[in-house]
Design a protein around this ligand. Structure first.
Ligand code: LLP
Length: 440
């Protein structure tokens, strides 16, 4: 169980987050409810950022906003001096509305659309990360149209396999992401960039996967990347000013995962800074500006989701279900990846974890589960369930399946909670519905 920092059990035996009683949060805001702890996010972000400055020097942390794209989060992170990784026009729009400066944005995407590149260039996005052979021509033409010089990075596939779920591995040789170093595709693309007048080649990017605990994988990736930087210099006289090593740092979902403090998380950056500095020295390479792109590790553990227990179904000797008022529409990660979660009955937090239960949602689908066979307290209709570590890739991957509304999200600071995502209504659900004339 993930009881740390502001997640604690108060005198009434209720779970507390950010100084707020979760039972009170449910009364005030209803359920299901995403709740994010301001203090945890801030502490972790500053811990990453300070470690880069202290241990490496020139660099930046870019929040991978696919984990949770919301104006308030861009506001918070930009206020702390972070950059942001964005992957669509929608994320760029949200980031700008949240006050993130355009030049702090790093735009990704394996199939960026022309309208998205147009929007990025016209708004002045800091870097566009090239991930397609025909992208340089498209970006160059758009930059020319706006009479701009666009800085670009090139996404490489370093061929390092981190041991995570197949779908969250992104640097296998057969991945759709990045240019292969091995095959020569990267050389070909990078050399071609210098023929475009409105592009500035700034450097390289890689991202080796997600939910990675094995630090050696990051060491391996930066060894490959620095080898390649040296090759670009020695073979073609090309200089790399920016090195973006992506994100992917693992977080605690269940007791099988290490439980890191913000300082421990900084250990990833520490390790990257140390191995990178050693590699740069050994290979006699000028220090590039270092960017890392954590998403999950910045906000997963800052978040919990609160639910109300509805039907309790005990199939004697087989399975016990606690049905909650959420499900795969607001957290599809079990359905997609069999991701594991831990939970607690938030209003009975001190009671014994005596039951083995499956937390199921309210969708019309057997696979609609949040956690299977986990230990929880005895619960009945009306009790509150808190699922831990749901700050990342829950809201951002939610849907309206079965006509369910996306739950609101609150951020809590010193016991005060306010919406960062307001509740939806049924009108929102049908806002873009249309009945063609021929049906009338
Ligand atoms: N940078 C790039 C280019 C990425 O593709 C990603 C994640 C990140 C940074 C951030 O990775 P993180 O630090 O959050 O691990 N939906 C999946 C996760 C997909 C991650 C995709 N890329 C999940 O729910 O686990």
């Amino acid at each position: 169980m993930n009881l740390r920092d502001t997640l604690k059990i108060n005198e009434e035996g209720h779970l507390e987050i950010g100084g707020a009683d979760t039972v009170d949060l449910c009364k005030k805001f209803g359920t299901p409810l995403y709740a994010l702890d301001y203090a945890y996010i801030k502490k972790t972000a500053l811990s990453f950022a300070d470690t880069i400055k202290r241990k490496y020097g020139d660099g930046a942390v870019a929040y991978a906003s696919k984990a949770f794209s919301a104006t308030a989060l861009y506001k918070l992170f930009s206020g702390l001096g972070l950059y942001s990784d964005v992957v669509s026009k929608g994320e760029i729009y949200t980031a700008l509305k949240g006050g993130m400066p355009a030049d702090s944005l790093v735009m990704h995407g394996n199939n960026k659309q022309e309208y998205e590149i147009d929007y990025a260039v016209s708004e002045g996005v800091g870097y566009i990360v090239i991930d397609g052979m025909d992208e340089p021509g498209i970006i160059d033409a758009i930059a020319k149209k706006y009479d701009k010089l666009q800085k670009v990075l090139v996404r490489l596939n370093p061929g390092v396999e981190a041991h995570t779920h197949h779908f969250t591995q992104t640097a296998r040789e057969d991945s759709k992401f990045g240019f292969s170093i091995k095959s020569g595709a990267a050389d070909e693309l990078i050399k071609s960039l210098f023929s475009y007048k409105n592009l500035i080649f700034s450097g390289l990017h890689c991202h080796i996967g997600s939910q990675i605990f094995d630090r050696e994988a990051f060491g391996l990736a930066n060894a490959v990347m620095t080898d390649y930087i040296k090759k670009l210099r020695d073979s073609y006289g090309i200089t790399v000013d920016v090195l973006n090593l992506g994100g992917g740092f693992g977080v605690h979902y269940t007791d099988k995962d290490p439980l890191y403090t913000a300082e421990d998380y900084a250990g990833y950056v520490d390790f990257i800074a140390e191995t990178l500095t050693a590699n740069l020295l050994k290979k006699d390479i000028k220090k590039p500006f270092l960017i890392i792109e954590p998403g999950r590790s910045l906000i997963a553990e800052a978040g919990i989701t609160l639910y109300t227990v509805g039907t309790v179904k005990d199939i004697k000797g087989i399975k016990k279900y606690y049905a909650i008022d959420g499900g795969m529409f607001e957290n599809p990660r079990y359905a997609l990846y069999r991701s594991e979660y831990s939970a607690i009955i938030a209003n009975k937090a001190r009671e014994e974890f005596s039951e083995t239960v499956t937390l199921t949602g309210k969708c019309c689908e057997s696979g609609d589960m949040i956690a299977e066979g986990i230990k929880l307290q005895k619960a009945q209709r009306g009790d509150v369930v808190a699922v831990f570590s749901t700050g990342a890739y829950n809201y951002s991957m939610s849907s309206h399946y079965n006509g369910n509304l996306t739950p609101p999200a609150v951020m809590i600071k010193d016991g005060e909670a306010d919406y960062i995502i307001k509740p939806e209504s049924c009108e929102d659900l049908i806002r873009n519905n249309n009945i063609p004339d021929f049906l009338n």
